[in-house]
Write a protein that binds this ligand. Structure first.
Ligand code: SAM
Ligand code: SF4
Ligand code: F3S
Length: 440
């Protein structure tokens, strides 16, 4: 059988979808290739959220066209959000492509590969169909696993393409999620990350009386053998006292909240359709820290939304000073086709927006380092991922707060182990440490 390789762009949801694509192809007997060059089947699992990931895919398609012409590649397919957005037109534009597969049609891929080998070129883009359930997953780790709990997004932030390419919010029934988690825990997985573009909206679409996200957390906390539960991404609009209390009270639920703020100015937040104000976000962040003093709070922010002025941007800077996030992903606004914001007047030059972004990122780096500095000397529980990529003399792992810790390798510790580590030095990305005795 021909070996396959999947190139993944974008968010954790795409990473998890690629685990599904890999599981489906393995179940058909296709082996994973050692590397991309040796693969005879290549799938690009794409992202459309900003222009840069799209450009990367276009460059990759160019490189793979050369392999197609040289006869070293038999099947080339495109999946994910760019596939959903551009659809069948991609087949016309890129003759090197055999198929286009939308975000709701993972299980169509083995059939698409088969027909490609018979010379057929096809697009499957039926987002209205049922979501793929129960497909085999080739998990990237033997002890940390992603679990989908809600698909799509119905928030329609005015800048965002995700609702167009992932469809409306659809929660999985709680029994199905719990069943998957129990099977993972029975097979030795110790950490799960619940996934959703708006994960804390879980259950809202299931009707009145249906379990909501805090109920799901409570139920999963009771699963034997599971040590850590994470989730991403939370929307401030759906982050309430019940969620904060569940996080604080449930032992397995980790003290990390990724809570994208996107902007600090109320007028910009309104134009973004985010559904909260500066004050409301700040109160929520402070309350979260009050109920969970050890909480790591991280965020996403967009700089240079249409109509944003220097004074408005300064509100974002001010909010960052007040909240003191543990870390932040910051992006310069880019218009996305078909979104409401793409039609808004946007007079600020990009160079100015980039300067603002750099200013914000510089300040956030200082804050991240300062926050980590405050934790130096503490003993933290680390789930070991394996040898450190940069330094194979060290092991690397994550704290409950999702911070990276590296510490000297020691023959008795293996990947998947929980070990107490004393932090000795703060870094931007986390800590250096040494193994501590006793419990974390
Ligand atoms: N669902 C999450 C949320 O509500 O924040 C994440 C959505 S998106 C996959 C990840 C991040 O990309 C967003 O939080 C936002 O900061 C950024 N983003 C989305 N659309 C963008 C755009 N048009 N320009 C720049 N950044 C964008
Ligand atoms: Fe996009 Fe907003 Fe939905 Fe996040 S909540 S995926 S930013 S529309
Ligand atoms: Fe990108 Fe799609 Fe995720 S647009 S960020 S891969 S949901």
């Amino acid at each position: 059988m021909r070996p396959f390789h999947i190139v993944t762009y974008g968010c954790q949801m795409n990473v998890h979808d690629s685990e599904g694509l890999s599981g489906l192809l393995r179940a058909e007997g296709y082996p994973p290739a050692e590397n991309e060059e040796e693969a005879r089947i290549v799938l690009l699992n794409t992202c459309a959220v900003r222009a840069r990931p799209e450009r990367k895919v276009v460059a990759k398609l160019g490189a793979l066209a050369t392999r197609r012409r040289a006869g070293t590649l038999d099947v080339l397919g495109i999946c994910g959000c760019m596939a959903q957005e551009h659809g069948e037109a991609l087949l016309g534009e890129y003759p090197q492509l055999d198929f286009v597969c939308g975000t709701g049609n993972l299980s169509a891929v083995p059939g698409l590969v088969r027909s490609a080998l018979e010379g057929d070129r096809r697009a499957v883009l039926d987002m209205a169909g049922d979501i793929d359930r129960g497909i085999p997953r080739a998990h990237g780790s033997r002890f940390r696993a992603y679990v989908d709990v809600i698909y799509g997004c119905t928030n329609f932030c005015t800048y965002c393409i995700v609702p167009r390419v992932r469809g409306p919010e659809r929660s999985r029934p709680m029994a199905e999620v719990l069943d998957e988690v129990r099977r993972l825990a029975d097979a030795g997985w110790v950490e799960v990350t619940f996934l959703g573009q708006n994960v804390n909206a879980y259950g809202k679409d299931l009707g009145p009386g249906a379990p909501r996200f805090p109920d799901l957390l409570e139920a999963v906390d009771a699963v034997e053998g599971l040590h850590r539960v994470r989730f991403t991404t939370s929307h401030p609009r759906d982050c309430d006292e019940a969620l904060l209390c569940a996080m604080a009270g449930l032992e397995s639920v980790c003290e990390h909240l990724h809570l994208p703020v996107q902007a600090g100015d109320d007028r910009i937040l309104r134009r973004m359709n985010r559904g909260y104000t500066y004050r409301e976000y700040l109160d929520l962040a402070l309350r979260a820290r009050e109920v969970m003093p050890a909480l790591s709070l991280t965020t996403d922010v967009i700089v240079g939304f249409p109509g944003e002025t220097r004074a408005m941007f300064e509100q974002t800077l001010r909010l960052f000073e007040e909240v003191r996030f543990d870390s932040a992903f910051s992006f310069v606004y880019v218009p996305r086709p078909g979104t409401t914001a793409a039609a808004m007047a946007d007079p600020t030059p990009r160079s100015e927006k980039v300067a603002w972004l750099n200013e914000l990122a510089r300040r956030q780096k200082e804050i991240s380092r300062e926050r980590n500095q405050e934790m130096v000397g503490q003993v933290v529980e680390v789930l070991v991922d394996g040898l450190s990529e940069g330094d194979p003399g060290n092991l690397a792992g994550r704290t409950r707060t999702n911070k990276l810790v590296v510490f000297p390798a020691d023959g008795s510790v293996r990947e998947g182990d929980f070990v107490p580590v004393r932090t000795t030095k703060a870094k931007l990305w986390g800590f250096e440490g040494v193994r501590a005795s006793g419990d974390a």
